[in-house]
Design a protein around this ligand. Structure first.
Ligand SMILES: [Zn+2]
Length: 173
């Protein structure tokens, strides 16, 4: 299922693209304003790529033997990250069988400042530690993180994707 946004009124509606894999262009009639328009499958893909609402960036947990690939948006303030477990409340709950990942393993803090956004990573603390760019964080260390940094918690790795500087300017606005 994909999201389609009407180019005239920006109304959004769902579309099952799986039945149209053999066509190059699909015609739509907006359910809200009735405007007719057509999109290629590539354009629909592009429309859905932009769908992720993550003004403060996001993390991508890489697939491994314990879990599948997962994406989570970051929010302002503390983002507590850990292994999903019933009854455990964290901001980023990773579905994984990786028992070396604590249920509350590490924290990414997102803090807007006068000239951008500061991103820091700290261990919660966890049993196995938190590794930034393959180096373990010290107790109480708050390490600055930047775009495409690699973080390892237990046997699980995630990549941090942060807004580019242009988007930073936009956010401060
Ligand atoms: Zn419309």
């Amino acid at each position: 299922m994909k999201r389609i946004t009407c180019p005239k009124c920006e109304h959004e509606f769902n579309f099952d693209e799986s039945r149209y894999s053999h066509v190059t262009s699909i015609s739509f009639a907006c359910p809200a304003c009735r405007k007719h328009f057509s999109l290629t499958l590539d354009e629909i893909e592009e429309m859905n790529r932009e769908e992720i609402d993550a003004p403060y960036g996001y993390i991508v947990v890489l697939e491994n033997q314990f879990g599948y690939r997962q994406t989570f948006a970051l929010k302002q303030g503390d983002n507590v990250i850990g292994r999903h477990s019933p009854g455990s409340v964290v901001d980023i709950s990773i579905q994984s069988g990786d028992m070396s990942m604590d249920r509350r393993h590490c924290i990414i803090n997102v803090k807007p400042t006068g000239n951008g956004i500061r991103y820091t990573l700290r261990d919660n603390p966890s049993l196995t530690g938190t590794f930034l760019r393959h180096e373990i964080l010290n107790d109480r260390e708050r390490a600055n993180i930047s775009n495409e940094d690699v973080v390892t918690i237990g046997a699980t790795t995630f990549i941090v994707y942060l807004p580019t500087e242009e988007e930073d300017d936009y956010l401060i606005e």
